[in-house]
Design a protein around this ligand. Sequence first.
Ligand SMILES: [Zn+2]
Length: 214
Amino acid sequence: MKGSIYTDDKCPVCGKVFKYDANRAVMFCANGHKPIPHYGKCRVQFQRTKKRFDSVQAAEQFLNYLRWQYQSGGYDPRDYQADNPLAFKTLADKWLAQKAKENIKSTTLGNLRAAIYRAMDYFGTKNIKAINDGDLEDFLYADHKNHRTGKPISDKTRVEIRSTLHQFYSWVCRREKIPCRTSRQSSLILAGGVSLISKHSKRLLMKYGAYQGT
Ligand SMILES: [Zn+2]
C-alpha cells in the first residue's frame, strides 16, 4: 500500500514512536504498549503529498481517498500543494505574462486583459480542474457590466470574453498537462452558447475564430 500516517508524538511509557494501524484509525507504540492508543495529531505522507491532521481518523480518510485517486489515475500532487499552482488566478497571471511577451497589438492585449480579469475576479483561487462546464457557462452569461458606463456588456464584449477563455484554456491544458476534459469543456461552451446570442454575434464569433457550431 502506498503512503502512510506518521506522528511526532511519542509513547509516554517508553518514548518510542507510534505506528499506524492500517484502517483502524489508530496508532500504537512501536514497542507494543497497546493500552495506550494515539488518536490525535498526525500527518499523511503519500508520494509528494504531505498534510497534517488533528485526528488519525481524518488522516485515514484522506489517505484512503488519495489511494483511491491513485488507483483510478486521478492523483495529482499539485491539487494538494499549499501554493495552489493550479489556481485559476495563478495560471491566468502566467498566461497574461506570456501574452505580454508576444508580438501582439496593444489594443488586442488590452482586450485579453480586460476579459481575463473578469474571469479572475469570478473564479479567484479555485483549482482550474474543479471548474466545470456549468461554471464556465454561468460565468460567461453572468450579469457583466461595462466598467465605464455601468451598462450591460455588448454581445461583442461577451464574444471577446468567450474567445479569451478559449485561448487561455488551450494554453493552460497544453502547458500544465491538464487532462483534456477541461479543454473539451471549454469547447462545449464555445459551441453550445452560440444559439443564445444573435446572428450578428455569430458572425463576430467566426471572425474571432471561436465559433465551432454550424
Ligand atoms: Zn511504548
